[in-house]
Design a protein around this ligand. Structure first.
Ligand code: 0RA
Length: 378
């Protein structure tokens, strides 16, 4: 074991926590993928994900992300605040347990939809372990609570530092220069992901400010995925108003939006629990199958196919821009980069939700259906 040159005491109650934190510092890539710019930005996403989960649970409306001029990042939300009561067995404030224990789930897991499996969902304790320092501020029970950590270890006790009228959590952390190759954050990389998260979580306000460049953006989309598709198609010539669907079935929330434009390229994005599933998966397959089936059935019923047998999936997707997003309680992420949704039950559920929604949409909007079929037949 490496020489202990800090002031931490290796007593029986601490040993497991220290083991976890040390393991993360020894092999950071195991937890965040790599220690390049990608891994560095992943720290921000991990903290932001926790605030988004609080929003998904219905307790948070605003998330503020600030890149401070000293190179630290603050993520502040107006959720319930991480609990501060003393953990029964660990005999420490819950917030300290959350910030120092790997996978401190169970009672203190506020996540509605798990994100583990990919690199996401590793927990804020990983961010803490890979930070030079981290400070947490919890507004809860009418008080502001504060604690500071260094390299993942508590440096102060959780202390009340003031009174609070509202609730929420603010986490500020400075990535450890001895771990990351580069510790500068990219405004474009962060704003791209934060914009995406605002599209995926409609009505959630995400404010992003970079102190150094004085650049500020504010994302909030009433339209959710509809706004997402319209953003993606902003420089195209659309054939119709964006079509959308959203339904919960058997504990799985399925939503999507799509729009055809006059081009021929296919542009489909899929997400599972807010993670961009670059390699696709069962939700994407279900969507594609249903789109092809719904259009073919409509075309056959209305005698639009003349002397052809049917329209192929590839033809149906020419000029299509679509976003499909599912929220699954226990996702399985597969593939080379763990960005392929594997849950087999999701395929049938997605395809039936999409097929039903599109069939009735086409019946009610024959002019839109005709335009799409004309384009596909051509
Ligand atoms: C555990 C339990 C509860 C909330 C949270 C964690 C929580 C964590 C984070 C991290 C960033 N923002 C957060 N907001 C909340 C629920 C506590 C309760 O029942 O009141």
């Amino acid at each position: 074991m490496a020489k202990n040159n800090n002031q931490d005491k290796y007593d029986a109650t601490n040993i497991q926590v220290l083991g976890g934190i040390e393991a993360v510092r020894k092999r950071p890539a195991m937890y965040i993928g790599d220690t390049s710019a990608r891994g560095l930005h992943h720290l921000v996403y991990e903290v932001v994900d926790n605030s988004i989960d609080e929003a998904t649970a219905g307790f948070c409306t605003t998330v503020k992300v600030i890149v401070n001029s000293d190179g630290s990042v603050s993520v502040e939300d107006n959720g319930r605040g991480i609990p501060v009561d003393i953990h029964k067995t660990k005999k420490k404030p819950a917030v300290e347990v959350v910030l120092t224990t790997l996978h401190a789930g169970g009672k203190f897991d506020h996540r509605v939809y798990k994100v583990s499996g990919g690199l996401h969902g590793v927990g804020v304790s990983v961010v803490n372990a890979l930070s030079d320092w981290l400070e947490v501020e919890v507004r809860r029970n009418g008080k502001i609570h504060h604690q500071r950590y260094e390299h993942g270890h508590p440096k102060t006790k959780l202390k009340v530092i003031g009174r609070a009228k509202n609730t929420g959590t603010k986490i500020t952390f400075k990535p450890d220069k001895t771990i990351f190759k580069k510790t500068e954050f990219s405004f474009d990389t962060l704003s791209h992901r934060l914009r995406e998260l605002a599209f995926l979580n409609k009505n959630l306000e995400i404010i992003f400010y970079d102190e150094d460049t004085d650049k500020k953006v504010n994302f909030k989309f009433k339209g959710g995925l509809i706004s997402f598709v319209e953003y993606l198609n902003r420089n195209k010539h659309p054939l119709h108003k964006t079509i959308s669907f959203s339904r919960e079935k058997e504990g799985i929330f399925i939503e999507g939006a799509f729009q055809y434009s006059d081009g021929y390229k296919e542009n489909i994005f899929s997400f599972a629990n807010n993670i961009n599933t670059i390699e696709g998966g069962t939700h994407l397959t279900g969507f594609k199958t249903a789109l092809t089936r719904a259009l073919n059935q409509y075309a056959k019923n209305k005698n639009l196919l003349k002397n052809i047998n049917g329209i192929s999936g590839d033809d149906v997707r020419e000029g299509l821009c679509a976003v499909v997003s599912v929220k699954v309680p226990n996702p399985q992420f597969e593939g080379q980069t763990k960005t392929k949704l594997g849950n087999s039950e999701v395929e049938g559920l997605t395809s039936s939700v999409v097929f039903e929604a599109l069939s009735s949409f086409f019946e009610e909007h024959p002019s839109v259906a005709n335009k799409i079929i004309d384009k596909a037949v051509l």
